[in-house]
Design a protein around this ligand. Structure first.
Ligand code: SF4
Length: 174
């Protein structure tokens, strides 16, 4: 059986709050609790970047969190996928360009799936992780080939734009 199949059936998750209000984090924890119970889909919240396949990030990325976020991402083995959970992680949300924060996590690390909402609902998070698993499977196959891991990166208004290949869940961004 191919390695990519094991990864898709039993992904391990790393959750990081990059300076959000905790609203989205509570929804992620709700996904782990018995009502939504994503463990039944084979997912485990590991808390160790070196053993994780999926990085769930909430919050707008405060200046203090920036370095830690990039470190955690760098410590995860390839292939890996990043899910921006909530409007803050997608665009900065209510904290956008305030004195302590920026415009979301894709200014610092590549994002594979954006989940809109303030807070993102558990159903959206589960759908977003399912989309991320499809991308993870594709990346696994690409590693097995191997070819380039990332899609096209373009410049927009002087800033790096990595949204071309990302999946989306939910409505428009705030
Ligand atoms: S999107 Fe809303 S609920 Fe989620 S961290 Fe930001 S302010 Fe909090």
């Amino acid at each position: 059986m191919k390695l990519s199949l094991f990864r898709k059936k039993s992904p391990w998750i790393l959750h990081y709050n990059a300076g959000g209000c905790n609203g989205c984090d509570i929804e992620i924890l709700a996904c782990l609790a018995p009502r939504f119970d994503i463990e039944r889909l084979g997912m485990i919240n590991k808390g160790n970047p070196k053993q994780s396949d999926v990085l769930l990030v909430t919050g707008p990325v405060t200046h203090r969190c920036r370095e830690r976020l990039v470190e955690l991402y760098a410590q995860m083995p390839e292939p890996k996928v990043v899910v921006a959970v909530g409007t803050c992680a997608c665009t900065g949300g209510v904290f956008r360009e305030m004195y302590h924060a920026g415009k979301g996590i894709d200014r610092f690390i590549p994002v594979d799936v954006y989940i809109a909402g303030c807070a993102a609902r558990p159903e959206q998070i589960i759908e977003g992780v399912a989309k991320a698993l499809d991308i993870l499977e594709r990346k696994s196959k690409e590693i097995e080939k191997p070819i380039s891991l990332f899609g096209e990166v373009s410049e927009h208004d002087g800033e790096t734009d990595r949204r071309g290949m990302a999946g989306k869940v939910g409505g428009g961004k705030n």
